[in-house]
Design a protein around this ligand. Structure first.
Ligand code: PLP
Length: 339
């Protein structure tokens, strides 16, 4: 067993309702013959629910320290990260500007689900095309220049808050997980943590946290877009940056990044019937709701793999429920067909 590595957390501001509970899914566990727990990071808040708020605790503390009065970030039209950022900004008396991706900015999507909440939090939304989104750094810079010219002090938060600083949120979450798993007893039971990968920061934090706390967990990420190779690079870059900024020696390598590829399905934010059926079935089996874009896909991946090989993740699994519930309301018509 490896030894914990000494480190110091950067400063953070309390935004998330933590620690979140670890709950056993009794019927799901019986179905597959392995222990399945959900780490309820969908309980980190209401407006601020999900994984993003753990990252924002570190990122927004930094923004405040630099005197920012406006945060700028980006994401897909129904971005959970953007919604959480817009509300977290309001909690701290800041303004927010969101660059949201949509095929035709002249006809933006209806104000529903996360978009409705963005407007409710008085976020300034700038709609950009997927091609423009590829150049988002340029768009960030333009928005920041405009704000500075108007006398504001902007702070840019990259996509998903997936930076070295943001990933501290999941280093801290691993500390919670170590306590959660210890409370289950059977310290020697190998435990696999499964979560969705969207922009990589959560996985980077989990992997770094696993090493820093010598937690001995197996960390598996399910990519909901792009592919394994892409995310090995993205997560690897976040971890490199983390190591350079915060640690004396690199404790992890890209070999520590385990990605379960093959479950993107129809593509990012596009659902297949079997994924929606899995969301419905879990709601009815355990009274837990998943989102269609991230947790629904990661969960579908997990049960599909368990169906093929019930022992594939070992005898104890922690599924990280990273939230995103509001996204379900943007596909209500599609979901209703399976009820
Ligand atoms: C609900 C939800 N789960 C998981 C993720 C993935 O986290 P990350 O972007 O840190 O990979 C996201 C965001 O992308 C999300 O909104």
């Amino acid at each position: 067993m490896s030894q914990p590595i000494s480190f110091q957390y950067p400063e953070r501001i309390k935004l998330a309702q933590t620690p979140t509970p670890l709950e056993k899914m009794e019927r799901l566990s019986s179905k597959f013959g392995v222990e399945i727990y959900f780490k309820r990071d969908d309980y980190t808040g209401t407006e601020l629910s999900g994984n993003k708020v753990r990252k924002l605790e570190f990122i927004l503390q930094h923004a405040l320290k630099l005197g920012a009065d406006t945060v700028i970030t980006c994401g897909g039209a129904q971005s959970n990260h953007c919604r959480a950022t817009a509300f977290a900004a309001k909690r701290l008396g800041l303004k927010s500007v969101l660059l949201l991706r949509t095929p035709n900015p002249d006809q933006p999507p209806a104000p529903e689900a996360n978009i409705l909440l963005d407007y409710l939090a008085d976020a300034t939304i700038i709609w950009i095309t997927p091609e423009q989104y590829q150049q988002r750094d340029q768009y960030f810079a333009w928005q920041a220049e405009k704000l500075v010219a108007a006398g504001a002090c902007p702070y840019i938060i990259p996509e998903g808050g997936s930076t070295a600083l943001g990933s501290w949120g999941y280093v801290a979450a691993v500390e919670e997980l170590v306590g959660d798993v210890a409370s289950l007893g059977g310290a020697s039971v190998p435990t696999t943590v499964i979560s969705a990968i969207g922009s990589g920061g959560t996985s980077a934090g989990l992997i770094m946290g696993n090493k820093l706390h010598a937690a001995g967990l197996r960390i598996v990420g399910v990519n909901v877009c792009d592919d394994r190779e892409y995310f090995q690079k993205v997560i690897g870059n976040i971890m490199n940056d983390f190591q350079v900024k915060y640690l004396e020696q690199p404790p992890v390598t890209t070999a520590d990044i385990e990605i379960l590829d093959g479950y993107v399905g129809k593509g990012y934010a596009l659902s297949q019937p079997q994924e929606l059926e899995a969301i419905r079935d879990l709601a009815r089996l355990e009274g837990v709701v998943l989102d269609p874009v991230y947790t629904g896909k990661a969960y579908y991946a997990m049960i599909s793999e368990l169906e093929k090989n019930p022992e594939g993740f070992g005898s104890r699994i922690v599924f990280l429920h990273t939230g995103g519930l509001f996204g379900l309301f943007s596909i209500a018509d599609q979901m209703a067909k399976f009820l």
